[in-house]
Design a protein around this ligand. Structure first.
Ligand code: ZN
Ligand code: ZN
Length: 295
């Protein structure tokens, strides 16, 4: 009874959440073949933002922050995430329920592990985030505990973390300030970008992280993944009628691609999740042409 009363009083979703859901609704209406996957993504966004996601303070001194960036290590590489286990667990369980309602399989072990407290959501989060850097400064994916986890579980964990990590990256971004970065992976959490924004009239290129929503500028005529600046081996793939709005940047030197989306203002974190579905056709075009995502 009380539960029903409380449910009835739930506040409307945040404006940026409502906008992301509207993007997905419009996409599903335009392209019925995407309706199912758009509905799943909408359910995950709703689940991730259904409860407050307060975070603590990141324990990182200024000198430490500078040293990490100088050696190409993401700021959260060795830091304990100030996220409460109970809150992340509840969020992840909400997303597992939502995904299972939409027919996603392979989540039973994770769900029962979380319920029985055999699996800690924050431990999973740490293994998702703690990428190492090798001696050449390249990113090494570790994903220790998650190596064995099925792909849907990783994806749900990533979505569950976004409301928490977007606040952490927002708190660290001004502290990063003008310190140079320019690498292809996220300076905050080390994940690869989900897309690049082409902002404003001068088309400044800003990469966006799909794990923590951080944003970092990169040069336009340079592959963010391998540093290639030879314009003859840097190209674009696009669908002609939407080329002004979105396309793919490709690099023949490393064979990787980056989806690009024109924006006037930075995309909000939930919008990044909506764009993943809206830009899926660009992934297919790039993969068809023999390019692969980084990582
Ligand atoms: Zn990130
Ligand atoms: Zn490249």
């Amino acid at each position: 009874m009380l539960k029903n009363v409380l449910r009835g009083r739930q506040p409307p979703p945040r404006r940026d959440v409502a906008e992301a859901l509207a993007t997905l609704d419009a996409l599903a209406a335009r392209q019925p073949e995407l309706a199912q996957i758009a509905a799943l993504q909408s359910a995950l966004i709703r689940g991730a933002y259904a409860a407050p996601a307060p975070v603590g303070v990141i324990d990182l001194a200024d000198e430490e922050l500078r040293a990490l960036l100088e050696r190409g290590a993401p700021l959260l590489a060795d830091t304990r995430l100030p996220i409460e286990e109970g809150l992340l667990r509840e969020s992840l369980l909400r997303l597992i329920d939502a995904a299972r309602e939409h027919g996603v399989e392979g989540l039973v072990t994770l769900a029962s592990g979380l319920h029985a407290r055999r699996v800690e959501a924050t431990t999973l989060a740490h293994s998702l985030l703690h990428n190492g850097i090798d001696e050449k400064g390249h990113l090494i994916d570790t994903f220790d505990q998650l190596k064995a986890a099925p792909e849907p579980a990783r994806n749900l964990l990533r979505v569950a973390l976004l409301p928490f990590l977007e606040q952490i990256s927002a708190a660290l971004r001004p502290r990063r300030g003008e310190l140079p970065w320019g690498r292809g992976y996220c300076p905050c959490c080390g994940a690869w970008p989900v897309l690049g924004e082409q902002r404003g009239l001068d088309q400044t290129r800003v990469l966006r992280c799909g794990l923590c929503a951080d944003a970092w500028p990169v040069e336009r005529v340079r592959c963010a993944f391998c540093g290639n600046r030879d314009h003859t081996s840097l190209g674009y793939l696009q669908v002609e009628e939407e080329a002004q709005k979105q396309r793919v940047a490709t690099c023949d030197a490393c064979g990787h691609y980056l989806k690009l989306r024109s924006t006037l203002a930075p995309l909000a974190a939930p919008a990044l999740l909506a764009e993943e579905i809206a830009l899926m056709h660009l992934d297919l075009i790039a993969l068809d042409a023999g390019f692969t995502p980084p990582g």
